[in-house]
Design a binder for this molecule. Structure first.
Ligand code: GLA
Length: 377
């Protein structure tokens, strides 16, 4: 995948900030979730894939206990600093880095001081996991720099913990696992309880478009947290460890739950089933079925889980009105963010712009195309 800058340019950015060359560099991609939304913190299944856009981290060791970090995308490239062992939340982007070093230390790893330069092509706040790409790219660079014995799954767990603890966002494990283990053109079927995963190639005939609504989400804010608490409450009332454990035979029990818990739990239970079906559809290259599952997932998120917004619904409707589109759904945490569209890989380069234009007229004025993938012809 083409990097956003050449090595030479990237190197000079680091040198400009820190007056020397970087020692190690690593990248990690953003992700788009194909299906399986709000299932990861319920012990369920997800099916993300990597997007072509990546985050790149360059690091060089320091001889003291300081971390000095700057990002081309944040704070106009200004350097932020902290001392290892004194990590505390500031409500700024540096919290992701502080979270990573604090968690590595908690695991008994001797983190050296370092200088860090970040560049990212992953759109921020679009539901495409710019934060997981940041955590995983920095962790990969540090693993290399300090020789930490961390496998890719552990790397994802460190990233999630950084986000849960220091950043204060109660996210599940999907994004970090996708950034750490997924590739473009391959979907990652993941059991978020066991962390067992299977790589399923995305068929050649499938094209994916991602349209950002331009409406921003904020995971640290109350809505995501509230949904998570509702799911935990529903599981408690039903006497199961997590909603993942609600077997088909026990489905009628959902009816005993008060609203909105009944609908929240119904979304999670049916979404888990859709992920299983979607994985089978993907293996068989059954794109029409996969598209219908996208559509059903969107309706469930909109009506039962209530995480969609009008601009997102307008994009989904605009996509579905396009010939060659199999299905479309809200992807990511919701309350804004992006829509993933499954279409044929027929080389129709105007499809994305047409969807954006129609959506803009129908209530999504800030819509823009952020990812296009799939082979032509
Ligand atoms: C965000 C979180 C994930 C997951 C999704 C919803 O992206 O980071 O852990 O919960 O929302 O599926």
């Amino acid at each position: 995948m083409a990097a956003t800058t050449t090595e030479a340019e990237a190197g000079s950015d680091f040198r400009e900030r820190f007056g020397r060359n970087f020692e190690r560099a690593a990248q990690a991609p953003g992700r788009v979730n194909l299906i399986g939304e709000h299932t990861d913190y319920n012990g369920g299944f997800v099916l993300p894939t990597a997007i072509p856009q990546k985050t790149r981290a360059e690091v060089a060791r320091r001889s003291d206990r300081r971390v000095r970090a700057a990002s081309a995308e944040a704070d106009r490239g200004r350097i932020s600093e902290f001392v290892l062992g004194e990590e505390t939340r500031r409500g700024a982007w540096i919290d992701y880095i502080q979270g990573v070093t604090a968690e590595l230390a908690r695991r008994g790893l001797a983190v050296p001081g370092f200088d860090l330069w970040i560049q990212s092509a992953v759109p921020l706040g679009s539901g495409l996991s710019s934060s997981a790409a940041l955590e995983v790219s920095v962790l990969r660079a540090l693993r290399d720099l300090a020789g930490f014995p961390l496998d890719d799954v552990t790397l994802a767990l460190v990233g999630q913990r950084a986000e849960n603890d220091l950043v204060g966002a109660p996210v599940g494990i999907m994004d970090q696992m996708a950034s750490s283990l997924a590739d473009v053109g391959v979907a990652l079927f993941l059991d978020t309880r066991s962390l067992a995963s299977e790589r399923i190639p995305i068929p050649r005939g499938a094209g994916l478009l991602v349209v950002d609504s331009g409406v921003r989400h904020d995971h640290a804010s109350g809505d995501y947290r509230r949904r998570r608490a509702e799911c935990e409450d529903a599981a408690r009332r039903l006497g199961v460890r997590e909603l993942r454990d609600l077997t088909v035979e026990r489905r009628p029990d959902l009816e005993r739950l008060p609203e909105p818990l009944r609908r929240r739990a119904r979304h999670v239970v049916t979404e888990n089933e859709r992920v299983i079906e979607a994985s089978a559809a993907l293996r068989r290259s059954d794109l029409p079925l996969l598209g219908r599952l996208f559509d059903a997932s969107h309706e469930s998120q909109r009506d039962d889980f209530e995480v969609s917004v009008p601009a997102v619904d307008a994009i989904v409707a605009a996509a579905r009105a396009e010939p060659g589109v199999f299905g479309a759904r809200l992807t990511g945490g919701g309350f804004g963010g992006s829509v993933v569209v499954l279409a044929g890989a027929d080389g129709d380069a105007d499809r994305g712009p047409r969807i954006v234009e129609r959506a803009a007229r129908a209530g999504a004025p800030a819509a823009r195309l952020v990812v296009v993938s799939g082979e032509k012809g």
